[in-house]
Design a protein around this ligand. Sequence first.
Ligand code: SF4
Length: 529
Amino acid sequence: MLWGAELKVAVVDCLAFGSLGRRVSSVDVVGTGPRLVIGMLKRLGLEAKLFECDAALSASPKDFDVLMVSGMSSDLESMGAVLKRFGGGMPSFAGGPACVDYEELLERGFTAVVWGEAEISLPKLVEALSRGDFRGVPNLVFKEEDRIVSNVVSGYAREPVLWSFEPDVESVKSYKYYWARRVYVEVVRGCSNFYRTTLPVLLPKSVECSRCGICRHGELESRLACPLGIPPGCGYCLVPRLYGPARSRPVDQIVREIEGLVELGVVRVVLSAPDILDYGRDWLVKPRPLTDPRSPPANIDALEDILSSIFSIPEVERGRVHVMVENVKPCLVTEEVARLLGRYLRGTTVNVGLETGDEEHHASLGRPSTVEEVVRAVKLLRESGLRPYVYAIYGLPGESWRTVRRTIKVLRRVFKLGAERVILYKFKPLRGSAFEGYPSPSGRDPRARALKNFANSLEVSSKRKLLGKTIRVAVVDLYRENAYIGYTLPHGPVAIIVSNDDIRGRVVDAVVREVRRREVICSYMRSGA
Ligand code: SF4
């Protein structure tokens, strides 16, 4: 085995590539994980190159000594296809949220699976590559004589290891159309919601919450573990289990990364956090872990600091580069918080999770907020000039006709209050989550159909509102003769623009003439700023 700087590592991003090796959703997203892995490998003295899944599959990259592939549970097919394409004979590692499916990944031929946060395992893994012996590497799962060996350790990355590596900025250029895509920049790692579901947990053994109260009212440290072993967070989610409690990244690192991306021409940045409102809340309880999703309230000073620092980057201040956030916990949205977000993020989208509109069902899932707090958050955010997207899930454990009726009622309310979109997801019983073992719902189930029909009708009316409106589009490629494809700025549907001019690589204004399920058809107006 080669050692040190001579080792050449291919890192392949399969996130959201599903089973086909091409993206069908979130087509314009560039995630944070693979760039961080590249940054770590380079700091550890290795040569590393990033590929998107489809590029790796079509180009068959050669001359690499090690393969690292990142993906989600839904990307196992694509991850396996990449492994095949590179061929056996080299050490290969799978990581990202798909790590919970380690048995299948090992079955597909990966040498080992990296569990959870890369900072915990990667430095030791790089050392172990020279020996070909992975036994001492924490958070690594591998096979030894047909037996699966799991070195998963409890706990999560803490400073000084946490934030000691930085994502590689230059690697963003490995992504097709990178300049126009939503490039995610990590701001908060993990989630503060350590509440748990009170619905029965089926696997690995059947248990039900005894209502001991630890995870809702106990000391912050004691909330990390449930005496019955119920995984933390909402029952369908894996974030707190895999990535730990919320920890905030230092302001100077975030600003430095965004400045680097802006210099490379990136025009859209998403501040990546399971909840942006957790930013700096961990500093208020330090050194204890932030495992309470409701208290302390949002750290206004920290939020002001991070947003004002980012918005003092000239291109961001002038509006040439758009900065957005991902999610907020409704329970942390107050008038003051909404005003602060509105001051910097007016006109951008923000995700608010409802999941179910039935108060009892909502609480039983492990949600940190109440349904009424969701409604209030949507109202406050809208009044402050943001564009809330509200999320719901069909087929959840505990769903009934009563919960479905109440969800429809609440979705109607939030839509009237100004939610720009209502997005309905299908429940997926993720391996390792509290809801592992529950059945995957059928889309033909009458309750699923009722929710889907309702969500579709809202989607159609929200898209119709775009008709005749002028939108700004980052044009990335030719779609067909005299038509170009691009991404709506700061965020919106994919746009097809009819134009006689070649407008590739430009930001242009366009008028929406037709609305389709996946895209809008526009006519070209003129060059944007
Ligand atoms: S710590 Fe476990 S048993 Fe106690 S309330 Fe939370 S989920 Fe229930």
